[in-house]
Write a protein that binds this ligand. Sequence first.
Ligand SMILES: Cc1ncc(COP(=O)(O)O)c(C=O)c1O
Length: 387
Amino acid sequence: MSIAFIDLQAQRAQIKDKINAAIASVVESGAYVMGPPVREFEAQLADYTGARHALSCGNGTDALHLAMSALNIGEGDAVFCPSFTFAATSEPLPLLRATPIFVDIDPRTYNMDPVKLEAAIQKVKTEGALTPKTIVAVCLFGQPADYPAISEIAEKYGMSLIADSAQGFGGTINGKHPTEWADIATTSFFPAKPLGCYGDGGAVYTNRSDLADTIDSLRVHGKASKGDIEQREFNHLPKYLNTRIGVNSRLDTIQAAILIEKLAIFSAEVEKRQVVAERYTTALDNIVDATPYVKDGYRSVWAQYTIETPERDRFQEHMKKHGIPTAVYYPIPLHQQPCYEGISENGDDLSVSNDKAGKVVSLPMHPYLEEDTQRTIINAVADFFKG
Ligand SMILES: Cc1ncc(COP(=O)(O)O)c(C=O)c1O
């Protein structure tokens, strides 16, 4: 029996008939782009997250790009991101001619450290060359960033806040989703994400009607938005009126139809992920160097279950010999990536990001991980650490 790192087929076995029917219905309808399931899914997304507006788009990277564009991020702006994250978090910034400022993470949650964030903002302010504009915090591995503390800092310095929740969709702090604190949250429906589709997909959600209106325009070539045409008279159809330079980034109707079926079981899946995570933590807490730490009142959706060992290569080799896949997220922090040479700046101390990049390793994690299979994984991990 082979063990999957993320078992998408196990989920498919549960809802295959519903998904196949949903796909067939879109194929029959012919409404392949922006068909009714897209609006239906967006309404469900807003309802689930409690945000006033939810807009889907092509993928999680586009979601960030759209959010950053709507916030008017551009040349001369400093945008603060954690260094220990996936490449997409800061990737749109150079395209918008803004400067990423990489900030260190909290050693226990792997999320942006608010104290180091504030120090980095003050440094940029003192230097005076750039304007501190926006903070992009990430819900790494599924746990929300410290949005209450980070949003206070954003407010203090008059900055906007984006929650990159590509890995953390569904994660909450005292029952609240990140848009309780952030101007915009973004997410990804990449298949391996907690809520994944059958291809690429993404979304932004926000309580701010002005941003939702702008993003609705930007995602369809900058077409005139509701706000652009309200109370104006036209002697032509405003459908082809373009009020800003946008992109083409829409969620396919087929993906929306799939996501409607997946969202219906998502809360139950998050519960199952909690059970799997708890089983790992109970068994491994006294054995491995570090098990994941979830802050009081925070709910992780467990995109990853990540442990640490300085002997990572040997550990991965050992697990492989037992037929168990592992993965490293992320071996190179963004401030060390060659693509940022000369176009980014760093907070003073990135020692935690540097340290974690050399140690972290993730174990198989998905809602359908059977107890027996998990026992096999736990035994193999314990063998390594005890041996
Ligand atoms: C933290 C983070 N942000 C953004 C993205 C980008 O999402 P997508 O792959 O849908 O573009 C990812 C995807 O892995 C991610 O992990």
